[in-house]
Design a protein around this ligand. Structure first.
Ligand code: G6P
Length: 610
């Protein structure tokens, strides 16, 4: 998804802008660009390649300047091309934009009538011309021109603007898309995410909805849409730039898969030592919000949605609470029946996913005010919107395909299930102690699964030449099969489908032949015998089976049946172990196929538009 970085400082900001863009690369993008004010002139560079290419061009040009704006673009309106890349220029001003302008066509017609010529196919170009028009129309300065322009914009935006008329200033504004300021020693910066700014500062100011800000080297001011000044708190971030270095790994995805034991230990730190299950892990008001809850509604997208699907099995079986899980983009537009005694749980790695945020807000408008965010980013929009919060401690996740965020979300859901079960009298002391022991041992259990990597690498060779794959699972491992299929699709571009194994006979069996690898998630649980029968059916049709089994599953290896044994059956928490080999499998298949593992084509890490 698009990202922006801006800088106004006493130093040359070109390296800062480029490094900021590098840190935003993980969000996914298809073109890049920057514009600076150098010696009173506006200079722009854009590229349809990677940030490295833009850096090479600016270096060759010897570009240096104290004021600038930069952008990674993920195409929405207009194909990825240099012409459509940001910044967009109108006269002496340049604009970068993250978001979507919904009324751009109306604005474009009006601006064309006033003599403006459009050179790109983007919605963003209207912003540049609109601000230019306001400046020419007598607006008192750049901030005022941007303010007047944003009043006419419908849609979502985070923008950064520079103009030759005010060479020591950057103006930024946001609505519906995140943007934060960084207060450095030698300048004031802004970016879509804090990780882009850690190179210069850990002092952050999070802009609120509809805020505008005027940034200067040694000062900044924030104003509201009516022009009134407003103060926003300065926060010192606890994250560090080191948290996103690659270290000994080839890709962020691989690093993040291997960070799971630590991420789980950090997330489960709330029940470390002698601390037991408590609603307080979810916030001071949690006991009050949880009591009287009659059902749970989970809202999420992508991988986070799969975490919700697993949690449904837990909440119903252990906490005895009816639970529904909805894809946020569907729920937000569906006429549903609201129950004020429903606990609404929004799950999101980034906390900025537009659909999840909108679904949460929509649930609130329906009168459901018992809300909880499970999220990996404490300062995110979803967390700020919900009454309760549980912050997973996965650390920054850079790879577009989510891994450690997913398993820590599951850990959070396990704690939620147990807290609700306890509150409802559905959990005796012995069961609680058993679950707590399993949770505390989880990082070690996951570490043992990671040791399977060499075997998985060998399997990956078999898959690399295939174009389709089928994933099967049953019960709480069906969503794990779905997550395995999603991972394979995302990064290796192999078409993969997941089915509840019992559904095989109702259609997908027609696809099974010698060319179709079938991956089965086969824990040693009460559904194993049923699953074995499903696998027999596949084998009998000549399908090639790859089975992730637990010790003691007793599925014989043989012609067309490959078995990989996980160390131990892990009961309720087994999905957390079983997803790990599927993550590793897709990673290694992608490696063999030579795809861009951390930044798969067409995908974005943080989907901040609808
Ligand atoms: C994008 C990412 C996925 C992620 C989904 C939801 O599609 O590529 O990895 O699962 O968004 O993101 P969230 O931040 O809300 O968990």
């Amino acid at each position: 998804m698009c990202g922006i970085v801006t800088a106004v400082a006493t130093r040359n900001v070109v390296p800062v802008l480029l490094e900021g863009l590098r840190k935003l690369e993980y969000r996914g993008y298809d073109s890049v660009g920057l514009a600076v004010l150098a010696g009173g002139e506006l200079v722009r560079q854009r590229s349809c390649g990677r940030v490295a290419e833009l850096a090479a061009r600016t270096e060759a040009q010897g570009l240096a300047a104290p004021t600038g704006i930069a952008h990674t673009r993920w195409a929405t309106h207009g194909v990825p091309s240099e012409r459509n890349a940001h910044p967009h220029i109108s006269g002496g001003l340049a604009v970068v934009h993250n978001g979507i302008i919904e009324n751009f066509e109306t604005l474009k017609v009006a601006l064309q009538a006033r003599g403006y010529t459009f050179v790109s196919d983007t919605d963003s170009e209207v912003i540049a011309h609109l601000i230019h028009d306001k400046l020419g129309g007598g607006a008192a300065g750049l901030l005022e021109a941007v303010r007047l322009a944003t009043l006419e914009l419908v849609g979502a935006f985070a923008i950064g603007v520079i103009a030759v008329s005010e060479p020591d200033c950057v103006v930024v504004a946001r609505r519906g898309v995140p943007l934060l300021l960084g207060l450095g020693e030698d300048g004031v910066y802004a970016a879509s995410a804090a990780s882009a700014l850690f190179q210069v500062t850990d002092k952050l100011v999070f802009l609120e909805e509809d805020d505008l800000a005027e940034l200067r080297r040694d000062a900044y001011r924030v104003v509201r849409p009516d022009g009134a000044a407003v103060e926003r708190p300065v926060q010192i971030s606890s994250l560090t730039a080191d948290a996103v270095e690659l270290g000994r790994f080839r890709h962020y995805m691989q690093k993040e898969i291997f960070e799971q034991p630590q991420a789980l230990a950090d997330t489960l730190g709330v029940v470390a030592g002698g601390v037991g299950i408590s609603p307080r892990h979810f916030g001071a008001q949690a006991e009050e919000v949880f009591s009287g809850v009659r059902s749970v509604l989970i809202l999420a997208c992508g991988t986070s949605y799969h975490a919700g699907l697993v949690a449904r099995y837990w909440l119903e079986a252990v906490a005895k609470l009816p639970c529904t899980v909805e894809i946020a983009s569907e729920y937000r537009y569906r006429k549903s029946v609201a129950d004020p005694d429903t606990l609404v749980v929004a799950v999101s790695q980034s906390g900025e996913t537009a659909d999840t945020l909108a679904a949460l807000k929509y649930a609130q408008t329906l009168g459901m005010t018992r809300t909880l965010a499970i999220c990996n980013v404490a300062e995110s929009a979803v967390v700020r919107e919900a009454k309760l919060r549980f912050i997973t401690r996965a650390g920054p996740e850079i790879g577009v395909a989510s891994t450690k965020a997913f398993t820590t979300q599951l850990a959070a859901f396990a704690l939620l299930t147990l807290a609700l079960a306890r509150l409802r009298g559905a959990l005796d002391a012995e069961a609680e102690a058993r679950h707590l022991a399993a949770l505390r041992h989880l990082p070690i259990a996951v570490q043992k699964v990671l040791d399977l990597e060499p075997q998985i690498e060998r399997w990956a060779e078999h898959f690399a030449t295939r174009e389709h794959a089928l994933f099967l699972g049953r019960g709480q491992h069906w969503p794990i099969a779905m997550e395995g299929a999603l991972k394979l699709k995302e990064i290796s571009y192999i078409h993969a489908e997941a089915y509840a194994a019992g559904e095989l006979k109702h259609g997908p069996l027609a696809l099974v032949d010698r060319k179709m690898p079938v991956i089965a998630v086969s824990p040693n649980d009460e559904l194993l015998e049923k699953l074995k029968s499903n696998l027999q059916v596949v084998h009998a049709r000549g399908g090639e089976l790859y089975v992730f089994a637990d010790a003691g599953s007793e599925i014989p290896e043989g012609d067309g049946v490959h078995i990989m044994q996980l160390p131990e059956n892990y009961g309720l928490l087994s999905p957390i172990l079983h997803v790990v080999p599927l993550q590793l499998l897709s990673y290694h298949v992608a490696l063999v196929r030579g795809t861009d593992v951390d930044k798969p084509r067409n995908l974005a890490k943080s989907v901040t538009v609808e």
